[in-house]
Design a protein around this ligand. Structure first.
Ligand SMILES: [Zn+2]
Length: 531
């Protein structure tokens, strides 16, 4: 009996405990709900790619590696679960996609990604803010100014009250339409883009600050169209004049009455009217905003004749002659015309064909060379079947861009096979004479030391390292004993004056060298609620 009472008591306590727990849960949910209502609701979306219209390559939807919903957070370390920014808003990530630079995006891919984004945004309305994470140099088949089109369609869904903050690459293009539809806008201040994540974070912080403070949209957006079009490889901020032109941006943005300031070099390998340099400054003080934009624009214009390639340049033969004769190793050579990170197809074989013809590299004890890289899925499959240490014989490259040379014949020893890279998927090193050729299943840029060491190659101990790249990314730059940029053919030919432009605005520097002084006065872009 006593035992029964105890059992009943325990049972009653358990029931009470469950009820109590339930009411606690309910309270927690309620308080969480109340808190969420106070936090600003901020959506995240965006697509990033720079795509060349001078390359025969096309980019499909899969290339964007789209992330959905909460997976989007992994793109932004500053929004990790325990970061302060994460707790200042109720975030609604939708779709964010970033592709390697490449050829023009198919219309089907663009429409699909945009429609998915708009559908997701529609389902979770309304928003106090929207973070629009774009590169700004996307080209789409049959559509001008895709980022302008995208943001306009976003506005149709979310309305004009939501504050949009846009972050971009400084090689992106800012159309008037994009400027009208966004409220805050900024871009990188360094090339190479070591401040990419800091820029995105600034765009998000500015957005939250404007919402939290109740200041809302900046009252003024100054816009200046600079008739300058330069290849990125002439505008590295490591050297003058871009170093000084860009060094003026952060102090300009820090002035009272200014929210942000930005200079876009623009993207040289697409033939559209929007492709040119732009300056924008946003803020609440009309005088400071416009004068600051004019000062930054004048600084860029005055410096225009000083922009030169970031390294000594030459034909490939000149670069190879110098590298072979040099005592400085590793001697880097940029195979710049087909640079996949600028929008080249990445499979032009012209350069590797020329290297394989050189007598110095015919025997295994010649000057050591690494060539990175050439896509050749069939050759990669053959190398996997043959295995490390065995001979493989086949062709690679020129599937997409065969305008300059046909597929390259490679017969050599398989040195290593590496699997698991997100871009390349499978990479093999094949030794032909004294040349280690990296052949990939899919195209991949080689920017880091580990890209080589993963495959058992040691670029520091190699005489000559040839990479499909423009300016060297930091790890390679710091490793170089010497460096030249070879002006090689491809979809991102660095000699832009020989590209067949038809639609860019003229006059334009450097195409019209004797052009008159352009109007560099700031135009005020209408606020997005006036659209
Ligand atoms: Zn860039």
């Amino acid at each position: 009996m006593k035992r029964l009472v105890i059992t009943l008591s325990i049972g009653l306590l358990a029931v009470l405990a469950i009820v109590a727990q339930g009411s606690i849960n309910k309270r927690t949910n309620n308080s969480h709900g109340a808190r969420s209502k106070k936090l600003p609701r901020i959506a995240i979306c965006g697509l990033g790619i720079e795509s060349s219209t001078f390359s025969p390559a096309q980019t499909d939807e899969a290339a964007f590696h789209a992330k959905y919903n909460d997976d989007v957070f992994s793109t932004y370390p500053f929004l990790s679960i325990d970061s302060p920014l994460r707790h200042r808003a109720a975030w609604i990530p939708t779709l964010v996609g970033h592709a390697l630079p490449g050829g023009i995006v198919t219309r089907r891919a663009y429409e699909s990604l945009v429609k998915q984004t708009l559908d997701m945004l529609q389902k979770k309305l309304p928003y106090d803010g929207l973070y629009f994470d774009i590169h700004g140099a996307m080209s789409v088949v049959g559509l001008d100014d895709p980022e302008g089109d995208f943001i306009q369609r976003i506005r149709k869904v979310i309305g004009t009250k939501t504050i949009i903050s846009t972050s971009m690459d400084l090689h992106g293009n800012v159309s008037w339409r994009l400027a009208e539809n966004t409220d805050l806008i900024t871009c990188y201040r360094l090339a190479p883009h070591e401040d990419a994540m800091a820029t995105k974070k600034r765009a998000v912080e500015n957005l939250i600050n404007r919402i939290e403070s109740g200041k809302g949209k900046p009252r003024y957006k100054a816009y200046i169209n600079l008739p300058i079009l330069l290849p990125g490889e002439k505008t590295s901020t490591r050297i003058e004049p871009a170093k000084s032109v860009y060094a003026a941006v952060a102090p300009a943005a820090a002035q009272p009455g200014v929210v942000d300031a930005a200079i876009w070099v623009g993207y040289a390998w697409a033939d559209e009217p929007r492709n040119h340099a732009v300056v924008m400054v946003t803020g609440d003080d009309k005088q400071t905003v416009t004068k600051t934009a004019e000062r930054l624009a004048q600084g860029f214009w005055d410096a225009r004749a000083g922009f030169a390639f970031v390294s000594p340049t030459g034909t490939l033969a000149e670069c190879l002659d110098k590298a072979v004769a040099s005592t400085k190793h590793p001697f880097f050579i940029s195979d710049s015309g087909d640079n996949p990170t600028a929008g080249g197809a990445g499979d032009v074989t012209w350069t590797i064909q020329e290297i394989l013809k050189r007598p110095e590299f015919q025997s295994a004890d010649g000057p050591s060379v690494i060539y990175a890289s050439i896509p050749g899925p069939e050759l990669v499959a053959k190398a996997e079947a043959a295995g490390v240490g065995n001979i493989v014989d086949g062709y690679a490259g020129a599937k997409v861009d065969s305008r300059y040379a046909p597929p390259v014949h490679i017969k050599g020893v398989v040195e290593s096979i590496f699997k698991g890279d997100i871009d390349a998927e499978v990479e093999v090193a094949i030794k032909v004479g004294s040349v280690h050729i990296i052949v990939t299943k899919k195209r991949k840029p080689y920017h880091h030391e580990r890209d080589f060491t993963n495959m058992g190659l040691n670029p520091r101990k190699t005489d000559i390292v040839v990479v499909k790249i423009g300016y060297l990314e930091p790890e390679l730059y710091n490793m170089r004993a010497d460096w030249m940029m070879a002006i090689t053919p491809g979809g991102v030919d660095q000699n832009i004056e020989r590209l067949p432009y038809r639609r860019i605005e003229r006059p334009m520097f450097p195409f019209d060298k004797d052009m008159p002084q352009p109007d560099l006065s700031a135009k005020l872009v209408p606020m997005s609620d006036k659209l």
